[in-house]
Design a protein around this ligand. Structure first.
Ligand SMILES: O=P(O)(O)OC[C@H]1O[C@H](OP(=O)(O)OP(=O)(O)O)[C@H](O)[C@@H]1O
Ligand SMILES: O=c1cc[nH]c(=O)[nH]1
Ligand SMILES: [Mg+2]
Length: 209
């Protein structure tokens, strides 16, 4: 309950510095986010259950491990979450991908859902909701509400940067959802941006503003 995992591997922290840097261009931003997503996938799958099977090596038959249990589903929150999907699929190519479109109203900071499309067997999968930014937490909470309404129960959250306000709100709304972040920043500013953060993740990912 109320679990926050900070993925503090040096490679993740190094790459995150250049993701934050306002002088990093769109191409490099995308590549770095993709790389950090792959590294974070390694961390978030650490507790996946294993089965033992028999395998015949060139020398002899032996017991060896394979992934067991529920298959994964990746649920990026559009738009910015899209930038982390390919990086995770590099390690877990069999995962299915569902999409939730949410846009944060610039004035109220409330998320508005405009799209949802999930794998038909999403309820049977371990789902990872993906979004680079956990700011007020409103978007993540709305996405997880939508998933639960459709019968999904096994859910983890993966972000690059979280504000303490967003972690607190998400823990209060969904205490059983483990949150994985590359960094826990200081706070939100008056416009709901994470300080120091990286700016607007969607704009930096897709070159809009
Ligand atoms: O925790 P919150 O306060 O809800 O803020 C975080 C959300 O804001 C950003 O999306 P945005 O609404 O800018 O949409 P976009 O990805 O299409 O740019 C970000 O990618 C999160 O989804
Ligand atoms: O700092 C923030 C907060 C919300 N969404 C972003 O893209 N960046
Ligand atoms: Mg945005």
């Amino acid at each position: 309950m109320n679990r926050l995992v900070i993925c503090d591997h040096p490679l993740i922290q190094h790459k995150l510095t250049f993701i934050r840097d306002k002088n990093t261009n769109t191409k490099d931003f995308r590549e770095l986010v993709d790389e950090v997503a792959t590294l974070m996938a390694y961390e978030i799958t650490r507790e996946m259950p294993l089965d033992t099977i028999k395998v015949q090596t060139p020398i002899m038959e032996t017991d060896s491990k394979v992934l067991a249990g529920r298959m994964l589903g990746l649920i990026p929150i559009l738009r910015a979450g899209l930038g982390m999907v390919e990086g995770i699929l590099k390690l877990i190519p069999a995962a299915k991908v569902g999409h939730i479109g949410l846009s944060r109203d610039h004035d109220t900071l409330q998320p508005v859902e405009y799209y949802i499309n999930l794998p038909t067997d999403a309820q049977n999968r371990q789902l990872i909701v993906i979004d680079p930014m956990l700011a007020t937490g409103g978007s993540a909470i709305a996405a997880i509400n939508s998933l639960k309404k459709r019968g999904c129960e096994q859910i983890k959250m993966m972000c690059l940067i979280a504000a303490p306000e967003g972690v607190k709100a998400l823990h209060e709304a969904h205490p059983e959802v483990d949150i994985y972040v590359a960094a826990l920043d200081e706070r939100l500013n008056e416009k709901g941006y994470i300080i120091p953060g990286l700016g607007d993740a969607g704009d930096r990912m897709f070159g809009t503003n």
